[in-house]
Design a protein around this ligand. Sequence first.
Ligand code: HEC
Ligand code: HEC
Length: 317
Amino acid sequence: MKRFVTASFFALVLVLLGTRLVSAGGMRQVPNVVAGAQLYDKWFAVLGVQPPQGDMPIWGRQSTNSRSGAETWRCAECHGWDYRGVDGAYATGSHKTGFPSLMIATASLSQEEIIAHLKGANDSQHDFSAYLDDASMQQLAVFLKEGLVDDSKYIDPASLKVIDGDVEHGKSLFDSTCAKCHGADGKKIIFRTEGVDEYLGDVAHRDPYRFLHRTRFGVAGTEMPVGFSLGWTPADGRDVLAYVQSLPEAQTSVEVTGAGEGSTPAPQDVGGPSDNWLSGIFTGILAALGTIGTAILFLFFIVMIGVAVVFVLRRSK
Ligand code: HEC
Ligand code: HEC
């Protein structure tokens, strides 16, 4: 009897430890995908560094996109908010570069191959190793493998409206999670994008893919609940987009001729350095508290089991 109880106690502890490790392994991918997505958006803002001087060396291979400097170093500017490069929204318009889609390519590449590519293994001009540390490259690769969503079948290429979105469902998600900061009409935060003021409604209408990317993964340096961490499905994101497309716009007179035209790489100023490090410290403290909390709970649990076992052993004597 005693032996049986001891054996089952150890078995239980092993199982508990096992599930804890597995769930930690499974959960680690969520922050990695989100971090990778924000690096894809604007890696130098995520890392809090100055963008490299001048244009990205590959930039000179095209002449259709006339932007220069920092923008030319962003993954999103070359490969698109829809990740489909020349096959997607940036096939035309002022963002056109002719650079390739990552949607199909990254499905067949391994994480290691993607990282090698970011280190210039296939093209020495596509070498980010002077700027991105190994952890960031890893996060980018995880994002490219696990975070990409192909929404192209659900966004009308001419009107940029969501096809078959559930507007009512989108409204309930928006009102419960987003309205407190953005306002029920999406006008509370005004985005300044390449010199133009935009409400959330403008972003949704003029640049649906940027809206989707940032709704799912957030914006570097901004505290905001993001769909990917909330467990939203790709359709949930599109439903919210469909609803926000019905909200007021600041730039009603702007003619939208396709996602390539209305699309802009980012609000010019997201937060500010002081904001960034302060919120970074808060996030850090919160995360640490969270981890310590789970650890204490777990220890408490084990101790309780131990007490129970001792109790049972005593009684069976
Ligand atoms: C200045 C434009 C530009 C920027 C910025 C850029 N890329 Fe690329 N990327 C390209 C071009 C052009 C190719 C194809 C030629 C080559 O391999 O260099 C490519 C290829 C790739 C490939 C390989 C695709 C395949 O078919 O094998 C991956 C993965 C990739 N890029 C990811 C990224 C990531 C992640 C970032 C941001 C850190 C990024 N790129 C930034 C232009 C760019
Ligand atoms: C805690 C406040 C807060 C909440 C809640 C919040 N946001 Fe945000 N959101 C922000 C801030 C701050 C920014 C960045 C403003 C800036 O560009 O400086 C932002 C930016 C965005 C952007 C990028 C806009 C652009 O110009 O590219 C999108 C899209 C967005 N939010 C959608 C959402 C959605 C959808 C929700 C609900 C899931 C949500 N937000 C919830 C504060 C919030």
